[in-house]
Unconditional design. Structure first.
Length: 348
């Protein structure tokens, strides 16, 4: 048996959505220690999935297995694991795998659930069969890395990551079909200082954009993108974000990534109803008034809101997160987590 365990990731935004520039996208993000995806796998004669509650599901008989009310696993997550495990066995040329899903991330919440689950499933299945996973090379066949390379990069190494984006001439307004791209290379990667913390505020609202809706929204955003915003973001990345993480200045880092998030929101405003999707804007505004939160923004399409803080301010930041939910008039969860100092753990 093999186990793959990996943390969530935060996505601070893209460097460029304009077709006027040589490279498209180029994402910034950070790997987190938690929440986590944990997947076990062992060789088998077919593909099947077991949940942490002990329920079994097989790819060839999915509809005949009911999701018992005591099963706390989202049925859509089970379908995702079955699909990823099926693709993995085909890629690896092995007969099958019995996959056990120990922990998973909420789907489409801005925490990188799809990429982390796909990569963890592939890694566990590969190691269980004694095969090198080669996550970066195989991720496109799993449909990952088509825009942002942050999820794959943080799975590999953790830390803060800036990827180089894709060649604009190849991606235009539509990305190629699954498997017909390469994951963006890492342009910069830094260890995150031990005393930095990340506040996660997750309002209990609908999921972020995904699937066809996300593709349509991104296509529209790229077609309308102001290239001047990309120029402004480029200056913030080189003169503020990278120096702040290199020198360990959490206050300057938080302010810089928050500004990048606001500028990204200008690209998406027509698609998501504002710079941030409702009610994220209210949560971000509340957090921005707290001295314990050095910068706040929306991770990916949300609804997760992040805040940059440090160990000394962690409790105050958590309290600010609770207040922000109250002021926005929504329920939700609040946690303060550390950055991942390494990539996924894959063991036999």
């Amino acid at each position: 048996m093999a186990r793959a365990s990996t943390g969530a990731r935060l996505h601070f935004g893209f460097c460029n959505l304009s077709l006027s520039h040589e490279r498209l996208y180029g994402a910034l993000g950070v790997g987190l220690r938690e929440p986590r995806v944990v997947v076990d796998a062992e060789p088998a004669d077919r593909v099947s999935v077991r949940t942490a509650d002990g329920d079994d599901f097989a790819a060839d008989s999915r509809d005949s297995n009911s999701t018992d009310s005591t099963n706390s696993t989202d049925p859509a997550v089970i379908d995702d694991v079955l699909a990823y495990a099926g693709i993995a066995t085909d890629l690896l040329g092995v007969e099958g795998a019995r996959v056990t899903l120990r922990e998973s991330l909420p789907r489409h919440a801005g925490l990188g659930s799809g990429t982390q689950l796909a990569a963890a499933t592939l890694a566990a299945v590969a190691v269980a069969h004694g095969v090198e996973p080669r996550i970066r090379a195989r991720a496109p066949v799993l449909g990952r890395g088509g825009r942002s390379g942050v999820g794959v990069a943080t799975f590999e190494t953790g830390g803060f990551v800036l990827d180089a984006g894709h060649p604009t001439a190849r991606f235009t307004t539509d990305r190629p079909a699954d498997g017909e791209w390469t994951v963006p290379p890492v342009a910069a990667r830094h260890e995150v200082p031990d005393d930095w913390r990340f506040l996660l505020v997750r309002p209990d609202v609908g999921p972020g954009r995904n699937g066809d809706a996300e593709d349509d929204a991104m296509r529209t955003a790229v077609e309308r993108a102001d290239p001047g915003l990309a120029d402004r973001i480029g200056g913030i990345v080189t003169r503020r974000v990278l120096p702040a993480v290199a020198t360990g200045n959490a206050e300057r880092f938080g302010a810089a990534v928050a500004e990048i998030g606001r500028l990204n929101g200008a690209w998406y405003a027509d698609e998501q109803g504002g710079v941030y999707r409702p009610p994220v804007g209210d949560v971000v505004a509340s957090l921005s008034g707290s001295a314990a939160v050095f910068g706040a923004g929306q991770s990916s399409w949300g609804p997760t809101v992040y805040g940059v803080t440090d160990a000394a301010n962690a409790d105050a930041a958590a309290n600010a997160g609770e207040r922000a939910l109250d002021e926005a008039g929504v329920a939700g969860s609040v946690s303060v987590v550390r950055a991942a100092d390494r990539g996924a753990r894959v063991t036999e």
